[in-house]
Write a protein that binds this ligand. Structure first.
Ligand code: GLN
Length: 487
């Protein structure tokens, strides 16, 4: 069964259709694998075995009746633990939601169920998706399947580790400043953030609502494209949801890219890049050249401000979004309060971890009277300037490439005392969130210690099909994606 778990999602789905394996057998194998290795990885906060098997049974009934199956039916998936699945705990890896049970399904979750995709468990994350290493989970750290002493990246570290270790073939994550792409890059898999508005966030625990997007993790570009088809589409429940038809991205994966233009982001390939990552980017440039694309150097002069902008906007938005966790309506409530105000204060002091508290304080400060214009308003203006840099760039090129991260996965514990150096990890990914554009990380080789490197590709808003096309062309030119973590 391990051989089958190592196959791509599309191949697993085919095996079910051809009756080489039943969906129940495959789902059980995924759950068994989680039970046998996850103690070492920490990728899951909880398993949702009953729901998964119920879905798998439905698949097998359809197979027995000879009915047509949805594309990814029966393929095990890990759901980031900040998305609701009825009856399961949705904790956001926070003590404040430790015992919170989802009362309804997130729209993305509902689409998975409608497509008969068994959800095997809730994947660990940085508390409320705030972090780049998954060390901010209130429950346990996630370890990188390629080297257990290294971080998997964050905040969707559990989702990425699950797919990289073949516990599941697929996962969903959320990406506010890089939380899908960074862990995908550190774990050697594919992770994609769609255009803002492509996937409904209804039922996703909000972090920074003007940036949050749900997106797919997989081991191949084709699988990621197929999973995005499943979860995208208009939703009345999310006012930012785009009312556009769901596209078929798989039809155009192998399109010729001859004559198309690839921009290399100058500011993201210079100083501070590790030698191995730098070589990997050169290799990507050579690959696209050999396929007939034209390489153009592109400047995004304001991208250097993106971290500063992000840490004003994201903290401001989270200070407002997290105000609802007050001990009255959700989750934890202190057992030791003499009056209402003390109940609020103690509940929040006990329930939130240090990084979440830091962000709430920063955000409240940035929004406070007298500072609003200097910080929040300025950051909004600068966000527009960064967006315009991207618009100008896309007048010249079809896609942009850059590393997903200037370095590969770092040692557990090596950055926890230094939040600023942790924040810098996201220098290459935040721009896409500020601009609302789609971006993907694909496996692009390994460093001298055997740790995976990610190539990031970005495209204009709504150009997902072109993005997947470029990602697929690079993937198929190499065999990086075929190499799996040995765990
Ligand atoms: N690492 C970034 C942060 O800590 C991004 C997180 C995310 O995308 N959810 O805010």
């Amino acid at each position: 069964m391990l051989e089958l778990l190592k196959k791509s999602a599309v191949e697993q789905a085919k095996a079910i259709k051809n009756k080489e394996v039943s969906a129940v057998e495959l789902t059980k194998a995924s759950i068994e694998r989680i039970k046998s290795i996850d103690e070492k990885l920490g990728a899951f906060n909880s398993l949702t075995e009953d729901t998964a098997l119920e879905t798998a049974k439905k698949v097998d009934e359809k197979v027995a009746k000879g009915e047509e199956l949805p594309l990814l039916a029966g393929v095990p998936l890990a759901l980031k633990d900040n998305m609701n699945l009825i009856g399961s705990k949705t904790t956001a890896s926070s003590k404040i939601l430790e015992n919170f049970v989802s009362p309804y399904n997130a729209t993305a979750t509902q689409k998975l169920l409608d497509n008969l995709i068994p959800i095997v468990g809730k994947a660990n994350l940085d508390e409320f998706a705030m972090g780049s290493s998954n060390e901010n989970s209130a429950f346990k750290k996630v370890h990188n399947p390629w080297n257990l002493n290294k971080v998997p990246g964050g905040s969707s570290g559990g989702s990425a580790a699950s797919v990289a270790s073949c516990e599941s073939a697929l996962a969903l994550g959320s990406d506010t400043g890089g939380s899908i792409r960074l862990p995908a890059s550190f774990c050697g898999i594919v992770g994609m953030k769609p255009t803002y508005g492509k996937v409904s966030r209804y039922g996703l625990i909000a972090f920074a609502s003007s940036l949050d997007q749900i997106g797919p993790f997989a081991r191949t570009v084709e699988d990621a494209a197929a999973l995005l088809e499943v979860i995208s589409g208009y939703d009345y429940h999310d006012s930012t949801s785009l009312n556009l038809p769901v596209e078929n991205y798989r039809n155009t994966l192998n399109n010729d890219i001859k004559g198309l233009k690839v921009g290399v982001v100058k500011e993201l390939i210079g100083e501070g890049l590790s030698e191995d990552v730098s070589k990997a980017i050169q290799n990507a440039i050579d690959t696209y050249k050999a396929q007939g694309a034209e390489i153009v150097e592109i400047s995004l002069p304001n991208i250097k401000h993106s971290i500063g902008i992000y840490y004003i906007l994201a903290t401001a938005e989270c200070s407002s979004n997290l105000a609802r966790f007050d001990g009255v309506r959700y989750g934890h409530r202190t057992s030791d309060a003499k009056n209402l105000l003390e109940m609020y204060c103690k509940t929040r002091a006990e329930g939130f971890g240090p990084e979440v508290k830091r962000r709430i304080m920063l955000g409240t400060y940035a929004l406070s009277s007298g500072y609003y214009d200097a910080y929040y308003k300025k950051a909004l203006q600068m966000r527009r300037v960064v967006h315009e840099d991207f618009l100008k760039a896309f007048e010249q090129v079809n896609v942009l490439i850059a590393p997903t991260c200037p370095n590969t996965a770092f040692d557990l514990g090596s950055k926890t005392e230094d939040p600023l150096s942790m924040y810098l990890t996201d220098i290459a990914t935040i721009g896409a969130n500020l601009s609302g554009i789609p971006a993907i990380s694909v496996p692009a080789g390994f460093d001298k210690d055997g740790m995976p490197i990610g190539l990031q590709i970005m495209a204009p808003q709504l150009k997902e099909a072109e993005l997947f096309n470029f990602a697929y062309k690079f993937e198929q030119a190499h065999d990086y994606y075929k190499q799996l973590a040995n765990i």
